[in-house]
Design a protein around this ligand. Structure first.
Ligand SMILES: [Ca+2]
Ligand SMILES: [Ca+2]
Length: 91
């Protein structure tokens, strides 16, 4: 990873380590991008273009986008994004 944005790193980490985050979690919350900060036009869904604005198009953006877009309709809903994030356990 060279020039990935904070969001791309967070997304990659949550994809790769979603199972491990709970075990690692502690007083060190991972950077969580706000849905509204990614949804640039505020229409309530994140398009690949909007996603790419947050995640540099390294080819990974599409991969990560597909990971999050669980129903494959080409848009990430707030629910899809929230469900993609590793569940936050209240200890
Ligand atoms: Ca949007
Ligand atoms: Ca979707």
């Amino acid at each position: 990873m060279k020039h990935l944005s904070t969001f791309a790193v967070a997304a990659l980490l949550s994809v790769a380590f979603s199972a491990n985050v709970a075990a690692r979690g502690g007083d060190n919350p991972p950077a969580k991008p706000d849905f509204s900060s990614i949804d640039a036009d505020g229409d309530g869904v994140i398009s690949l273009a909007e996603f790419s604005e947050s995640a540099p198009p390294h080819g990974d953006a599409q991969t990560i986008f597909d990971e999050i877009d669980t129903d494959g309709n080409g848009e990430i809903s707030e629910q899809e994004l929230s469900e993609h994030k590793p569940p936050r356990r209240a200890r």
